[in-house]
Design a protein around this ligand. Sequence first.
Ligand code: SF4
Length: 305
Amino acid sequence: MSFLFTDFSGWKNYCTTHNTVLFRPLLEYQEQQNNRHEKQVWEKLAIAWEVMKEAVKTGLEEETVSRSGMINNGGKKVYTHHLSVLSPEFQKLIARSLAAKEVNSCMGRVVAAPTAGASGILPGVLVTLQDIHNLKDKKILEGLLIAAGIALIIEKKASLAGAVGGCQAETGSAAAMASGAIVYCLNGPVDQIFNAVAITIQSMLGLVCDPVAGLVEVPCVVRNASAAAIANASAQIALSEISSVIPVDECIEAMGEIGQSMETRYKETAQGGLAATSTGRAIAKKILIKDIDILPDNEVTDIMD
Ligand code: SF4
């Protein structure tokens, strides 16, 4: 197969007709697109999973202070805090999602899943899921293929980029990928997996992209943690056989429609929302001055010209 599905109903129909599991067409797609054997695809997935786990570990063990100073070891602070709001597992979920995204904000190594801005969600969710349910790595890798299938369809029907569809397209899509992967890894049937995606999208619709000073730090890092929580909530709802009412394909279409009608200032331009608050503007000004100060004289002259 050199062409993947344009919608979730097509994905389900293909698997039903060919009597195959949900991740199989993704595997074939990867083989054909990249001219790889199946074994090589699994090896690549294993590398991606290692990078995700490493990002969580790095964020929890090493110093994560961004150059702007807006990000300052948040993952570690949550992980070691004495008070759990719900449970230690929930606390770890939030801490891990923050930690992996903070590594990205501090220029560390992450997997863009689907983007660097949303790179804390799948690691936080899947590391926590594996920890709680004692899942084998193979199951997680299959879950990553499911997540990739979800992203490919969202990309075709709407967008995965904050600059095109707002933050719903980035953290919203990542949460949908994570939610579908959770239900898959816990052996939920296809309808529940897609229902989890639909419920997640419904919960994230309309979220704007408004990064302070144009840096992928605030609100991006905390949104990764919140999106991880929403992914788990949606998976829990879907596994309990509660319907999203609006089918998943229509939820993605709504996401695309909202993204298209969203004003430009809410699409990664740092002109609206949190970026346009007085504090957001003051931070942007301060960072710009700091950047000019550290440039050599001749470069400063060029900018002033
Ligand atoms: S606010 Fe914008 S830059 Fe930040 S995570 Fe969301 S889409 Fe990405």
